[in-house]
Design a protein around this ligand. Structure first.
Ligand code: MG
Length: 256
C-alpha cells in the first residue's frame, strides 16, 4: 500500500533524515586505509545510542536473509555492492567502500548510502561512483508532482546506460515511512511517462547502484553481502526524498 504523508509528517521526518546524513558524513571521514569495517559499524552504533535513534538493520530478517542482520551499517567493499555485512576487514589502499545506513528517529525512518575510494583511486572506480551520483541527481530532479514513477526509473537507467553500464532490476528504491521498506518499489530503469503518478506526500528512497562490467550478483557465504558475478567493482548512491508541492525535498541531504 502506498501511503502519502502530510506536510506535517514530512516535517516530522526531517530529524531522521538529518541524523542519517550526519552519520554518513562522519563515516565518510573515517573511511581510510587501515580502518576496520567493524570500527565503522561501532561508530554508527554509538551515534545511534547517543541520538536515541533506532537501527533499521540490526534485527532485520527478511525472507532472503539467512539470519538477522546483526549490525547497524551495510559496508560493501570492491566487488560487494549491496547489503554488505560488516566483518573483520581493514580497508586497503584503493578500496571502493559503499556504506548504506537506515535509522529511525521519533518513529520515522531515513535511508541513505554513499560510495568513496580509500586512498589512491582508479579512474574507472571514480567514474563508476560518479555515474551513480549523477543518476541519483537526475532521478531526484524527476521527483515532482505530476510526473510518473517511470520518469524517475528512466532517469536512472538513461544516465547509467549512456555511461556504458548495464542496470540490474532486482534491487532498487522503495517507499520510506514508519518502516524502512514500503511501497512503491522504485526500479533503477523503466519507461518514462509510465507507472504511478507522483503526488505530494510520497516519500521514497532512490538508490542507483552499478557494477562495472556485469549486472549479475551472487550472495556471499555470509548470507547477506551481494557481490558482482564477475568480480568487478560496484558503487551505490541513495537518498530519501519527499515529493512536495515545491518539488523534491532531499531529507538525507548532507552538508558536505
Ligand atoms: Mg539504504
Amino acid at each position: 500500500m502506498i501511503e502519502l504523508r502530510t506536510a506535517a509528517e514530512i516535517e516530522a521526518m526531517r530529524p531522521a533524515g538529518a541524523f542519517v546524513a550526519s552519520v554518513l558524513e562522519r563515516l565518510r571521514d573515517e573511511i581510510k586505509v587501515g580502518v576496520n569495517l567493524l570500527e565503522l559499524d561501532a561508530i554508527a552504533h554509538r551515534m545511534i545510542k547517543e541520538r536515541g535513534a533506532e537501527s533499521c538493520y540490526i534485527d532485520y530478517h527478511p525472507s532472503f536473509g539467512a539470519m538477522p542482520f546483526g549490525k547497524v551499517l551495510c559496508t560493501s567493499v570492491n566487488d560487494a555492492v549491496l547489503h554488505g555485512l560488516p566483518h573483520d576487514y581493514a580497508i586497503q589502499d584503493g578500496d571502493v567502500v559503499s556504506i548504506d545506513f537506515a535509522a529511525s528517529v521519533d518513529g520515522w525512518v531515513a535511508d541513505s548510502a554513499l560510495t568513496v575510494v580509500a586512498g589512491t583511486a582508479l579512474d574507472a572506480d571514480l567514474r563508476l561512483i560518479a555515474t551513480t551520483e549523477r543518476a541519483l541527481e537526475a532521478a531526484i530532479a524527476k521527483a515532482v508532482p505530476g510526473n510518473k514513477l517511470g520518469d524517475i526509473s528512466a532517469a536512472i537507467g538513461d544516465v547509467c546506460e549512456a555511461a556504458g553500464y548495464s542496470v540490474n532490476l532486482d534491487f532498487g528504491g522503495h517507499g520510506v515511512g514508519r518502516t524502512m521498506h514500503g511501497d512503491p518499489h522504485v526500479p533503477n530503469n523503466g519507461r518514462a511517462g509510465r507507472g504511478l503518478k507522483l503526488r505530494p506526500g510520497l516519500v521514497i528512497a532512490i538508490e542507483p547502484w552499478l557494477l562495472a562490467t556485469t549486472d549479475e550478483l551472487y550472495t556471499d557465504e555470509d548470507g547477506w553481502t551481494l557481490r558482482s558475478a564477475d568480480g568487478s567493482r560496484g558503487a551505490h548512491s541513495e537518498h530519501t526524498v519527499a515529493i512536495t508541492e515545491n518539488g523534491p525535498l532531499i531529507l538525507t541531504q548532507r552538508s558536505r
